[in-house]
Unconditional design. Structure first.
Length: 462
C-alpha cells in the first residue's frame, strides 16, 4: 500500500472536482468459478484501490462532499473466518492505513444511503461491470439493475479519468518495475521459441515468471504462432520453423499496476528474409510512433503516423500501390493493421476502460471515427504530461479478411492481391512498449527488451 497521505491527497483532489452530494464506491467481491467456496483470485476494483487502497473483498466507501468526511464500510471477520484465514486487521485498523477515520459496518451503509435518498441528495457512482456489484447497487439504491449503468455519474466519471490518467512518480515506478518483470517473461519466452515445443509450455513459464516475481499476469497471456488472430489465447500449437511467435504479456504489481508488452520472434531464432522484411516495417512504425509522443500531440495523429510508416513499408515491399497519403486516408492499411495503436496503462491494463472508452479516449475536439480500423482506436485525443500509453503497431495477414476484401475487389487500385495471397500463411507481427509522456517528449518505461532483429537473434542464440 502507498502511504496514507497518497490516498488522502487523491480523495482531496477528487473533492475539488465534485461540487456536492455523496460519492459512493464499491469494492469487488469474491466470485466463485465452479462452486461457492472455490473462487477466482480476488481482484479489487481499480478506482477503489486508487482512492481507498484496501485490497479485500466486500468493502464500500462514501465520500460525503458536503460534510468533507470519508467513510469505509465493511464487516470485521469473526472467529469462524479467523480459523480459516488467520488473524485479520479490524476494519478500523485497515481504514486508518488509508487515512479514513470513520469505519462502519455494511448495515450502516444501508442506513446512510437510505437517509441520503430520503433527503434527495445526489449520489454519484461509477459504472459497475460485475453482476454482483450491480445487484448490490440495485438493493442499496433501489434502482432497477437494467438502469444502474445509465445512471452512473458523468461528472464523477470525468473526474476519475482526469485524476487516474495523470500518473505520479510512485505509480510510474510501479509500472516500470512491472515492465522489468515483463522483460524477464519475454526473454524467457524468446529463448524457448524452438521448433517442436508446444505453445502452452512457453505460456506456463511466462506466467510463472510473473507470479514468482510480481503478481499475476495483467490479462490472459496472448501467445501464438497464429499472431494474425489479435487476441489468441489458444496455446495448443506446436511451434514450427517457418512461423513467428507473438507473445503479448504483462504482469501486475502488489498494488495492481500493470505492464503490457508484445514481442514477435522467429521460431528457431533466425529471421527469414521475408520475416525480416515485414518485421522491420513494424519496428519502424513502433519507433516512429514512440518518437512522436509528446504533450499536445493527438494520439490519433500518432496512430495515423504509424499507419503511414506501415503503408510506406508495405508499398516498398510490393503489397500496396499508389499514393501513400491517399491510401492511409482511405484506410487501405487496415487490411494489415486493423487495430488501434495503443491505450492508456495503469491500474487497469486498458486503463479506465470500464468508465467508457469514449470518455477516456475522446473529447469535444477529437471524436471517435466509425471507419473500420480507426473505430478500434481506443484513445484518440491529445496526450498530456504523465499519461502512460502503450504503443503497439502490427502487421497481420488475416486470411479470412483478405478473402473478403479480395472478393469485393476492395481498394483494387491500391492492393496487390497476387502478392498478398502468397502471405496468407505468414501470421502476424506486433511490437508493443509502454511509454510515459514527459514534459518535452517520451520515456520508454522499464529495462530495454530485445526488439531489433539483431537483438532478438542474439538473445535467442544465447
Ligand atoms: N495486450 C492486449 C491488449 O492491449 O489488448
Ligand atoms: Mn496492449
Amino acid at each position: 500500500m502507498f502511504p496514507a497521505k497518497t490516498y488522502i491527497d487523491r480523495r482531496e483532489n477528487l473533492r475539488q472536482e465534485i461540487p456536492s452530494g455523496l460519492v459512493l464506491f464499491f469494492g469487488n467481491e469474491d466470485v466463485p468459478f465452479n462452486y461457492p467456496a472455490n473462487t477466482y483470485s480476488f481482484r479489487q476494483d481499480s478506482s477503489f484501490l486508487y482512492f481507498f487502497g484496501l485490497d479485500q473483498p466486500t468493502l464500500a466507501a462514501v465520500m460525503d462532499i458536503d460534510n468533507h468526511t470519508d467513510y469505509l464500510f465493511g464487516n470485521d471477520v469473526d472467529i469462524d473466518d479467523i480459523i480459516w484465514m488467520g488473524k485479520q486487521p479490524t476494519m478500523k485498523e485497515r481504514s486508518l492505513q488509508v487515512g479514513v477515520h470513520h469505519s462502519l459496518s455494511l448495515k450502516d451503509l444501508i442506513e446512510m444511503i437510505g437517509k441520503a435518498k430520503k433527503e434527495g441528495r445526489k449520489i454519484h457512482y461509477l459504472p459497475p461491470y460485475r453482476g454482483e456489484t450491480i445487484l448490490w447497487m440495485e438493493d442499496l439504491l433501489g434502482i432497477h439493475h437494467s438502469e444502474i449503468k445509465k445512471n452512473a455519474s458523468e461528472s464523477l466519471i470525468k473526474a476519475v479519468i482526469k485524476l487516474r490518467m495523470s500518473k505520479d512518480e510512485l505509480e510510474i515506478r510501479e509500472i516500470s518495475r512491472m515492465v522489468d518483470v515483463a522483460c524477464m517473461m519475454h526473454i524467457a519466452g524468446m529463448k524457448m521459441a524452438k521448433p517442436g515445443i508446444i505453445e502452452r509450455e512457453i505460456a506456463g513459464v511466462v506466467e510463472g515468471i510473473a507470479l514468482s516475481n510480481a503478481g499475476p499476469v495483467s490479462f490472459p497471456v496472448i501467445l501464438s504462432i497464429n499472431g494474425q488472430t489479435l487476441h489468441n489465447h489458444y496455446h495448443g500449437n506446436v511451434l514450427t520453423e517457418e512461423r513467428m511467435l507473438v507473445i503479448d504479456a504483462g504482469c501486475e504489481s502488489d498494488l495492481h499496476y500493470a505492464s503490457d508488452i508484445t514481442r514477435t520472434v522467429p521460431v528457431g531464432g533466425k529471421f527469414s528474409q521475408r520475416q525480416k522484411e515485414i518485421y522491420e516495417i513494424v519496428w519502424n512504425a513502433n519507433m516512429a510512433a514512440i518518437q512522436a509522443v509528446k504533450p499536445g500531440v493527438a494520439f490519433r495523429d500518432i496512430h495515423l503516423l504509424a499507419a503511414k510508416v506501415i503503408t510506406q513499408g508495405l508499398k516498398q515491399a510490393g503489397f500496396i500501390m499508389g499514393d501513400v497519403d491517399e491510401a492511409v486516408n482511405l484506410g487501405v492499411h487496415t487490411l494489415f493493421f486493423p487495430h488501434g495503436l495503443g491505450h492508456p496503462l495503469g491500474l487497469d491494463v486498458h486503463d479506465l476502460e470500464g468508465m467508457g472508452e469514449n470518455f477516456v479516449g475522446y473529447d469535444d475536439e477529437t471524436k471517435r471515427s466509425k471507419e473500420f480500423g480507426l473505430a478500434f482506436l481506443r484513445f484518440g485525443r491529445r496526450l498530456q504530461k504523465n499519461f502512460v500509453m502503450t504503443i503497439e503497431p502490427g502487421i497481420y495477414f488475416i486470411p479470412e479478411l483478405i478473402d473478403i476484401w479480395k472478393a469485393e475487389n476492395k481498394f483494387a487500385g491500391f492492393l496487390n492481391y497476387g502478392k498478398i495471397e502468397q502471405y496468407k500463411d505468414f501470421g502476424g507481427i506486433r511490437i508493443e512498449d509502454d511509454i510515459l509522456v514527459t514534459e518535452s517528449g517520451f520515456r520508454v518505461l522499464g529495462k530495454p527488451i530485445p526488439k531489433t532483429v539483431e537483438e532478438i537473434e542474439k538473445v535467442m542464440s544465447e
